[in-house]
Every structure is written in structure tokens, then in C-alpha cells.
Design a protein around this ligand. Sequence first.
Ligand code: CO
Length: 296
Amino acid sequence: MFVPRKYSWLIVAAVLFTLVAAPFCMASAHGKQKPKKTGILLVAFGSSVKSAQVSFENIDRQVKKAFPGIPVRWAYTSRIIRKKLARQGRQLDSVAVALAKMMDEGFTHVAIQSLHTIRGEEYDDLVQTARAFTAMAEGFTKVFIGDPLLSREKDLQAAAEAVLANIPKARKANEAVVLMGHGTPHPSNAFYAAFMYQLQQKDPNIFVGTVEGWPGIDEVVAWLKSKHIKKAYLMPFMSVAGDHAKNDMAGDEPDSWKSIITKAGVKCVPLLKGTAEYDNMIAIWLAHLKVALRHL
Ligand code: CO
């Protein structure tokens, strides 16, 4: 066949396009043949603490009640927790394993709900993993990820209202409430200070510190001193009252927040309840899941 020289590049381009694009075209054709099957994947950091399982079960129940008929699966992002529980005979799925299983079960549309507190590293990893599962040949037709607890401005407002409602009634206005967040080197660590600002618009004696980021315990103690606080309620601002809450916040070791704050002359009342144990906090995650499902 004679091909004018000036068109030969077109043929080369067409051949290349066929070679490169064919697998993707087939993939989308396969996707269309599959009947639509929608599922929910709940993603938590995970915890080895028993009380944490209770709050996870509570969330599971509430999600199933809010979205009846949609199958619910779970994944846990902490490798350490997964390994720890595996040694106790409990096999928990990572996000990749949970999504692979869902793919295998024929799900085409998945609403993934992050049960994290902020958009930190765990959330970023979740986004990347989910993206990979939509890119592969047998992958999902659509995946949408629901926001973590604190994402939009209205979340900060709603979470602040929830915190106020969850403070014990016995607490007086001149007594402080100190929330212990996790904290992270990730840029989203700024959410903690932003959240404290929102809280203090409503109640000036609420403080937010973090175990692994800024503000830390030194800042918290300085604030308590500057306001001449005599008594403080300590509350974890993590989904689960796990290791950090039990030891770093309420433990008897000299470097726990309870010990440091007590040493500064402030009486401490530690409360061991994670945010996922409060229905008004779960409601925020549920609202985010509703948005995710609407986007599928
Ligand atoms: Co930690």
C-alpha cells in the first residue's frame, strides 16, 4: 500500500494509540457491563483498646441504620494496630485489602468514609490508594471519599458545638477544658489551632493541645497559668480513648499531661472517652458519608 510520506506519521500515531489506549477502552467496556453495586467502606485508624471496638460497633450500627440496604465494610489504616490484633487472632483489613475484596465482590461504586480527625497523612494515603483502585482495569467505576471530622468551616463549628455539649455539667465557667489532639508534622496540623479558635469564640477556657504536634503540653500549661486556672477537665480529641488518652493524657507517669498540669498547680479531671463514642460527633462523619454517597 502506498502511503504518502506526509501521512505516514498519522499511521504511526494511530497504531501507537491503539496499542496504548486499547486496554483502557476495554476496561471501561467491562465496567459498563457490570451491574451497578454500591458499597460503603468505613476507614478508621484502628485501636487495640476494647472500648474502641464498642465505638466502632456503634458507628457501624448508625451507618447501617442511616443507609439501609448498602453493604458496609471496614478498613484500618494503622499497620501497627493490624499486626497487634492479628497476634490476638483478629484479622483486620488494610484499605487496599478491603477495596480488593470489594472489587472481587463486584462492587462498582464505593463511598469511602474517613473516620480520621483531620486530613493528615492517613487521609492522603487513603486518597492515593482509592485512586489506584479506580485506575486499574477491573477497578471501580466510581469512588468518593467522605471528609474526615474537621474539614470544612461548618465542620469546625459543628464539632465545637458537640464538644461544648459533651463537657460534664459539673464543670464551672472558670474551670478549663483541655482537649488532647494527636498532632502531626503534616500541614493539616493547623486544624487544631483553628479548632481552638472556634471553641474559644464560644467558651474562652477551652484549650486544644496535641501529643505529637503544635500546640503541645508546654503551650497548654502556659495558657492555663496565664488565666489563673485552678481546675481542668482533660478530654481526648481523638476518635478513640486509646493508648495516648490512657497513658499520655491520664497516666500516672511524670510526663503525662495529668502529672504535668497537676504539678503546675491545676487540679485535673481526666475523662476517658473518644470522639467516636459521642453520637453528636458521629453525626458529623455521617453527614460527610451522605455527601459521598450523593456523589456516586
Ligand atoms: Co500516636
